[in-house]
Design a protein around this ligand. Structure first.
Ligand code: FRU
Length: 488
């Protein structure tokens, strides 16, 4: 049987075996099996489409397919049959890529064909090149002339083994794609252009890694936002820098200027995109009403083998986030469409919290909750919110008011893995206040600080759903407003 037909039949049958309550409500999870990066996040014929790196047959990474969903509001996703399978002689996996709508109404996917071949001496030879496929929002045909962008178009010193993850966009008559490539110094983000998406030529190296910000980069994105050029990449094997960049794989945004006439990107600032335990490989789209929306993989590679026993699926995407640049900072907030999904508001204003406190109506595992701390009206050093809690389980978010640091700890979340469960992020008070917005969706927690100045994402796979308690605690006295909604 053809690989794609087989995957479609398999996922259709197995999807039914996963009850609604066994998945997140408004976060994307795979039809069945494994999910990693978001791919092809785009608007096509007025609907949002998201694809994802997909291996249907197991809850671990395998020969990559593309899974597929569509949505009208970025939160309720309708499953569609798998879009790509690695079924051509030039690929053993369909790696990450992106999508746009063509002027003649086709849905164009651009992805990396990852090919592993065995050498006569028994070694494995890897090559990566970029391919395209055209479709109607459901079925896609790979172009007969694939791959369309190969190592031959690399600048000197580029590695043909690591050349991937094209992020495509259209500007006037021209297509552009930014890709990543391994170089002697680490990695580079390369810009290519094409008139027809089939014949590509090299434009420039937008940015390169000279021993800074990890080794190889993955999953680039490049866009203009609020007058600032933003180049986002996911560096592998980064070295920790204070609380700014954690060790391992993470995501950075380079903010700067872009001169379109010379194609020169000048980096002015670099920031962590998400401080959390689980965030990687994000990608953005532009909505018809002009918003830039980002969605990421809510998982760390380092803990991606820690799949709870009996899982039928593994891997989630983050909530789609509206981006803006404010005071030189990339700001992110859950898409405004989420407001229409809120119900049952509960409000507690000017609450004084001392010892461990629970509040009437404040609990749940599918919630949107904002806590505004009035530091000026408080006398304590630390304030802790415990979520997804019962006698045995909890994930804690602790704010140190003196150091202005937030520590997140999920070591008591029920996880049976000795992986990274603790991480800190620096924050700052604004007019004496700190605002924390929490999104919980059964298997995850996302935290947005001060209207999205910072974000922190964490998967919570092993906390039983009955653990839905929320507790507040201060080592002194603190005053806070708490506003909580359910989400449906
Ligand atoms: C990032 C990544 C990409 C690659 C894909 C393979 O998580 O390694 O660079 O295209 O995953 O699944």
């Amino acid at each position: 049987m053809k690989l794609l037909t087989k995957a479609r039949a398999y996922e259709e049958a197995r999807r039914q075996e996963i009850a609604d309550g066994e998945r997140p409500l408004f976060h994307v999870s795979p039809a069945v099996g494994w999910l990693n990066d978001p791919n092809g996040f785009s608007v096509y014929r007025g609907e949002y489409h998201i694809f994802y790196q997909y291996y249907p047959y197991d809850v671990k990474w395998g020969p990559m397919h593309w899974g597929h969903y569509k949505s009208n509001d970025l939160l309720h996703w309708e499953p569609l049959p798998a879009a790509l399978a690695p079924d051509e002689p030039y690929e053993s996996g369909c790696f990450s890529g992106s999508a746009v709508e063509t002027d003649d109404g086709r849905h164009l996917l651009m992805y990396t064909a990852h090919l592993e071949q065995t050498d006569p001496d028994g070694g494995t030879r890897v090559t990566q090149g970029q391919c395209v496929a055209f479709g109607d929002g459901r079925d896609y045909q790979k172009y007969a002339g694939n791959p369309v962008l190969t190592a031959r178009a690399l600048p000197d010193g580029g590695s043909p083994q690591d050349f991937r993850d094209p992020k495509l966009w259209k500007e006037g008559e021209d297509y552009y794609a930014v890709t990543v490539n391994r170089t002697a110094g680490g990695a580079a983000a390369l810009l290519y252009t094409s008139k027809d998406a089939l014949n590509w030529s090299f434009v420039t190296t937008l940015a390169a890694n000279h021993g800074e910000f990890g080794g190889m980069w993955e999953c680039p994105d490049f866009f203009k936002l609020d007058g600032t050029a933003v180049l986002a990449v996911s560096p592998m094997h980064m070295k920790k820098q204070g609380l700014s960049f954690h060790s391992g794989h993470g995501v950075i945004a380079m903010l700067g200027d872009y001169d379109g006439s010379t194609h020169t990107f000048t980096r002015k600032k670099v920031q962590t995109v998400d401080y959390g335990l689980d965030f990687y490989a994000p990608q953005t789209l532009r909505t018809p009403d002009g918003r830039r929306i980002m969605i990421g993989w809510m998982q760390a590679w380092a803990s991606s083998g820690c799949v709870p026993e009996g899982s039928k699926w593994f891997g989630m995407l983050t909530v789609p986030r509206e981006l803006s640049v404010k005071d030189g900072v990339l700001v992110q907030n859950p898409v405004r469409e989420l407001e229409a999904c809120r119900f049952a508001p509960v409000e507690h204003r000017n609450v004084t919290i001392q010892e461990k406190t629970s509040l009437e109506g404040v609990r749940g595992r599918i919630i949107d909750m904002t806590v505004i701390i009035d530091a000026a009206a408080s006398s304590c050093r630390s304030f802790t919110v415990s979520l997804a809690a019962d006698q045995e389980h909890r994930t804690t978010v602790c704010y140190d008011l003196e150091r202005d640091v937030i520590s997140v700890d999920r070591s008591l979340s029920g996880s049976r893995q000795d992986i990274v469960h603790f991480r800190q992020m620096p924050v700052r008070k604004k007019d004496g206040k700190l605002t924390l917005r929490f999104l919980l969706d059964r298997f995850s927690m996302e935290l947005f600080v001060n209207g999205g100045e910072q974000a922190f994402s964490a998967a919570l796979y092993e906390t039983p759903q009955e653990a839905d308690g929320i507790f507040f605690e201060a080592d002194g006295r603190i005053s806070a407003d708490i506003i909580k909604y359910g989400i449906r």
